[in-house]
Each structure stands twice: as structure tokens, then as C-alpha cells.
Design a protein. Structure first.
Length: 342
């Protein structure tokens, strides 16, 4: 986290752990506001990689699952970086910063992914740098987020993934209840002060909860190389383009699309209990016995108590068996409807 920005957040009563804002002293109130009202969140759980140089577009096009040609000053997109077997190394949110590309991913993965991408540079005119501390990322979320976002200098994008920039602020519409701002650390305190007068300041878990309820997965260190993109619904939420050229793992991803279907899918679920589920936790069903029936992708505390999570499980187990967290007789998952059809 940018040190000047961190100091400002601390004056706002932010509880910061390892560079990530956990809450502003009222975690339960913040979760309820994310569900019923509106929140403003610092998004320092994410970092940014800057891809610059005249070959930046062709470089990324050859490595990622989506069509980078569609990313421009008015459009952002989801994409994935996979290994040769089609397993996800990272889920990415990508937009343009003038002539460069910014790749958003969990901060813990920035350096490993930067090194991975650097392996492919060879003679390409491309530079890859960590730009995490060059910007502040803010999230506006909840039912009241749109009303507040309408007061900002950039025009409000009409569609998810739409992006407008003005007065040094980039505004991206994530979905119906979430907007993301990207701006300089020098400008962030004044905007935070303006917006926090109308929205509840909230920790990063509130933003993570909104993403979970929207059915948008984030690959972390614990879940790297565990999923082909379709297992986490990436083709449904716009993270794969099946008409673009080759990229690592493309053959596996395309074969699953054209010649088969995933045996495992990501769903939305809730679990009660006092032990927080973690990314990478195993899931079990009677049908699968001692063999795991799936894995937790993301999880966080829910406003009504317990935890909401995105689990990837065998479709047959989801349809016919109770799924339990961590052990065979662990807390059962209660499945809920995703906001999009599978």
C-alpha cells in the first residue's frame, strides 16, 4: 500500500493488517451496509501490473484467455493467465491507462505473475512493472452505489465493464451494484472524504463479499493451478474469447467448450459455523467418500452471520448430495442461486 495513502486511512480509523484494510472499527455494521445501503472500500488487497511498450497488445493477446483488442479507453475486461494444461495461474481485470495496460490481481500474486510474464518477453518491445503503489483503487458497492457514483466527474458507464475517465479519475462499472475508481494517491484523500460522507467506509472483506454474491471468482495463491477457467464460470462471465488466437492452455479450454463440458462448476453457497472457510479448503460429499468433492475458491463473512462462499464442486454431487466443509461431517453448504445462469 502507498505509504501516504496508508497514513491517511489510519487517520480515518482504518484497521490495517498486512497492507489490507480489514474494517473501520465496525465490521458488522459495514457488512450490513454492503447489503442494504452503500459502502466505500479501499481495494489494497489488489495490486497492478503495468504492461507498456509498442508490442504490449500482441504480447498480452498471445498469453491471455480473452481478446485484448477489445480493451480500450472505454472498456475493461476479465481474463485469465493459464499454464499449458489450461489451469489458471491468475484471474485478471484489465483496462487501459493511455497507451499501457493495467492488470489487476491479488497483490500476493503480483510478483510471481510478473516473473511468469517476463519469461515470455524475449525480443518483444514490452516492459512489465509493478504499479501497485502508483494508484489508489476504491470500490463503491451496495444498492446506493450507483446514486453516489453519478455525482463523480466521469460519466457513469451504462454497461458492466464500461469505463470513463475524467479529471484524473477512471471509473469502471463492475456490475449493477459495484463501481471501481482508479486515481492517484495525491487525489485520493479528498475524494474519499467526499464519498465517505454518503457511503459507509468498509474494509476489503465487504468488497470481497459483494464479488462473491455477484459470482465473480478471484484466484489466489491457495487456488493457483486448481481450475480450468470454465470450472469457475469464466466463459459465462465474459473471461474467455473462443475466437481469438492461441495462448497457453487454449487447446484444453477450447476442447472443453466444443467437445465436452466441465464435470465441476462453481456455485454460490452459505455455511454456518464459527470457523471461517478459506480459499483452497476441501469439500466433501457422501458420494465421493474420502476423496474431495470440490474446493473453496473464495469465502468471507456474510451480513446475516455465517459465511458466503464460491465453491467448485462436482456437478453430480451438487445435484444429489450434501456438501460439507473441510471434513466429511463438517458444516453443510446451503446452495443459493447465482445471479447468472449456468
Amino acid at each position: 500500500m502507498n505509504q501516504d495513502w496508508q497514513h491517511f486511512l489510519q487517520t480515518q480509523q482504518a484497521c490495517i493488517d498486512n497492507g489490507i484494510v480489514q474494517n473501520f472499527g465496525h465490521a458488522e455494521v459495514e457488512r450490513v451496509a454492503a447489503r442494504d445501503g452503500g459502502v466505500i472500500c479501499d481495494l489494497s488487497q489488489f495490486g497492478l501490473l503495468r504492461i507498456s511498450g509498442e508490442d504490449a497488445q500482441t504480447f498480452l493477446q498471445s498469453l491471455l484467455s480473452n481478446n485484448i483488442g477489445e480493451v480500450n479507453g472505454r472498456r475493461a475486461q476479465l481474463s485469465s493467465l493459464n499454464d499449458a494444461k489450461g489451469r489458471m495461474l491468475a484471474s485478471l481485470f484489465i483496462w487501459r491507462d493511455v497507451n499501457d495496460y493495467l492488470l489487476q490481481l491479488p497483490r500476493e500474486l503480483c510478483e510471481p505473475v510478473r516473473k511468469r510474464l517476463s519469461m515470455y518477453v524475449l525480443r518483444a518491445k514490452v516492459k512489465i512493472t509493478d504499479a501497485s503503489d502508483d494508484f489508489v483503487l476504491l470500490g463503491l458497492g451496495g444498492p446506493e452505489a450507483e446514486t453516489v457514483a453519478q455525482t463523480l466527474p466521469p460519466d457513469l458507464p451504462a454497461e458492466s465493464g464500461g469505463m470513463h475517465s475524467n479529471a484524473g479519475i477512471s471509473l469502471i462499472r463492475i456490475d449493477a451494484n459495484r463501481y471501481q475508481l482508479c486515481l492517484s494517491p495525491a487525489e485520493a484523500p479528498a475524494l474519499w472524504t467526499q464519498l465517505s460522507a454518503r457511503l459507509q467506509p468498509a474494509g476489503s472483506p465487504c468488497w470481497d463479499w459483494l464479488a462473491i454474491r455477484a459470482g465473480i471468482p478471484v484466484i489466489t495463491t491457495a487456488t493457483q493451478l486448481q481450475f480450468v477457467p470454465q470450472m469457475v464460470n469464466f466463459e459465462v462471465i465474459g473471461g474467455i474469447n473462443f475466437k481469438k488466437g492461441c495462448y497457453p492452455g487454449q487447446e484444453i479450454v477450447a476442447r472443453m467448450h466444443y467437445l465436452g463440458k466441465p464435470k465441476r462448476r462453481m456455485f454460490l453457497a452459505h455455511v454456518d459455523g464459527d470457523t471461517p472457510p478459506q480459499s483452497g479448503d476441501s469439500l466433501y460429499s457422501t458420494e465421493m467418500g474420502e476423496q474431495p468433492a470440490g474446493m473453496v475458491v473464495n469465502a468471507t463473512a456474510a451480513p446475516e452471520g455465517g459465511y458466503d462462499l464460491l465453491p467448485v464442486v462436482h456437478i453430480a454431487s451438487h445435484d444429489s448430495q450434501a456438501i460439507h466443509l473441510s471434513v466429511q461431517d463438517g458444516p453443510p453448504l446451503a446452495f443459493r442461486d447465482l445471479p447468472y445462469p449456468l
